[in-house]
Design a protein. Structure first.
Length: 155
């Protein structure tokens, strides 16, 4: 039985559009797996989560340039996260799990806390160095945050 199953599966592969096709290109399955998530990709994350939030955040920073007036304070980030997580599509009825919301909240809270520590360390509220040193290190802009908060919809 196992040999037959292996023989049948030999010519199947997942294409870039996430369809499973045989060697002649016929579609066998429209979405790989039950939920479309590849377990091999999930192995790289620490907790086996489907989304690697630090990697996704770095991707957002690399692909979406921030404009100067878009940077948020730690309080604005916290408020924006709280308001976004309370919307209807972020509930169980909207197909967003409690575990994902918790992991997203923990990730962003950790980032905001690091930003606060940077802010307190330099005490640069009124100094011009604040605008030069910190933006590249810890500041968070609205574009990154929106992309990160809506990332679950694409998976």
């Amino acid at each position: 039985m196992a040999r037959r199953l292996t023989k049948v599966m030999e010519d199947l592969c997942v294409q870039y559009d996430n369809t499973v096709r045989n060697s002649s290109g016929c579609i066998i399955q429209f979405c790989y797996g039950d939920d479309g998530m590849d377990p091999a990709v999930m192995e790289g994350t620490e907790d086996g989560a489907p989304l690697d939030l630090p990697r996704l955040f770095l991707k957002a920073k690399a692909t979406c340039p921030a404009r100067e007036n878009e940077y948020l304070s730690p309080e604005q980030v916290t408020e924006m996260v709280r308001s976004r997580l309370s919307k209807q599509d972020m509930t169980l009825d909207g197909s967003c799990s409690v575990g994902f919301k918790t992991s997203l909240e923990q990730f962003l809270n950790k980032y905001v806390e690091a930003f606060r520590k940077t802010h307190e360390t330099f005490l640069l509220d009124d100094h011009f160095c604040w605008m030069i040193i910190v933006p590249g290190r810890r500041r968070l802009c609205k574009t990154y945050l929106v992309l990160l908060l809506d990332s679950w919809k694409f998976f």
